[in-house]
Design a protein around this ligand. Structure first.
Ligand code: CAA
Length: 258
């Protein structure tokens, strides 16, 4: 498939999706979000892809929803379009792991998009923020909910109420990102991490993602029970037999995704 707002490359089991609207700092317009949702759902079903890396440019992961596209919309327009609800759901439905590699601005919808990924690696120049308050609105793709779960109420509230940006060091300190890297290392390290994930059993990575996400959506007791049951279920797979045999035989495992 060809896209106008994305550049997609597949190698070694990893699909690298680059947001590509440099003229607007990768602002998320409906075309970009529609293409992103389509690319993720097509590639999620492609056996050649085992992990995703989602990235932007050195200057911006994405500077938010496209303000110019939204500016003249009415309440009814937004409601009828379910503005970004449909595309957001498509992103969240991706079953293979998605790593966000964030350099530069990840603001508003850009920060929200990064938080919809499974984890975030960022460059030292990354800036995260939910500045919608400056536009007379609030976050609309989950920012008030997800940022609060990542960094806690106090910091999330301050960021949503003031619109201030968080730098990479603060983002790492507060648990928003898993690691901060020098800008030049961000993409190579994100791709290396994705390749490492791509070598695992695709069944186990899918189940691990599912279990960790459940921690956000259920009680501890239910989540632990769910994890235990799927752990038991993995003993029905060939990959479990192979992984444990390979350990005992001191050789690398060769997973068949069965
Ligand atoms: N939407 C549309 N266009 C945008 C944009 C956005 N979110 N962010 C940047 N652009 C455009 C600018 O209008 C500019 O275009 P022109 O050259 O045609 O004027 C181009 O990208 C470059 O931007 P700047 O000249 O502003 O670059 P800068 O380096 O001076 O500043 C910035 C960078 C601080 C990120 C600034 O662009 C900015 O504040 N952007 C808006 C950030 C924002 O408010 N994001 C939240 C959007 S609302 C949202 O996301 C709602 C939601 O949750 C769903």
């Amino acid at each position: 498939m060809s896209y106008q707002t994305l550049i997609v490359e597949i190698a070694d089991g990893v699909a690298l999706i680059r947001l590509n609207r440099p003229e607007a700092l990768n602002a998320l317009n409906s075309q970009l979000l529609g293409e992103l949702a389509a690319a993720l759902s097509t590639l999620d079903a492609d056996p050649a892809v085992r992990c995703f890396v989602l990235t932007g440019s050195d200057k911006a992961f994405a500077a938010g929803a496209d303000i110019k596209e939204m500016a003249d919309k009415s309440f009814v327009d937004m409601l009828k379009l379910d503005f970004f609800g449909t595309e957001g759901d498509a992103i969240l439905r991706t079953r293979k792991p998605v790593i966000a590699a964030v350099a530069g601005y990840a603001l508003g919808g850009g920060c929200e998009l990064a938080m919809m990924c499974d984890f975030i690696l960022c460059a030292e120049n990354a800036k995260f923020g939910q500045p919608e308050i400056n536009l007379g609105v609030v976050a609309g793709i989950g920012g008030t909910q997800r940022l609060t779960r990542f960094v806690g109420k106090s910091k999330s509230m301050e960021m949503h109420l003031t619109g201030r940006f968080m730098d990479a060091a603060e983002a790492e300190r507060s648990g928003l990102v898993s690691r901060v890297l020098p800008l030049a290392d961000l993409l190579p390290e994100a791709l290396a991490t994705a390749r490492k994930i791509a070598e695992k059993s695709a069944i186990a990575t899918m189940v691990a993602k599912d279990c960790v996400n459940r921690a956000y959506e259920t009680t501890l007791r239910e989540g632990v029970l769910y994890e235990r049951r799927v752990f038991h279920a993995l003993f029905a797979t060939e990959d479990q037999k192979e992984g444990m045999a390979a350990f005992a035989e001191k050789r690398p495992a060769k997973f068949a995704d069965k």
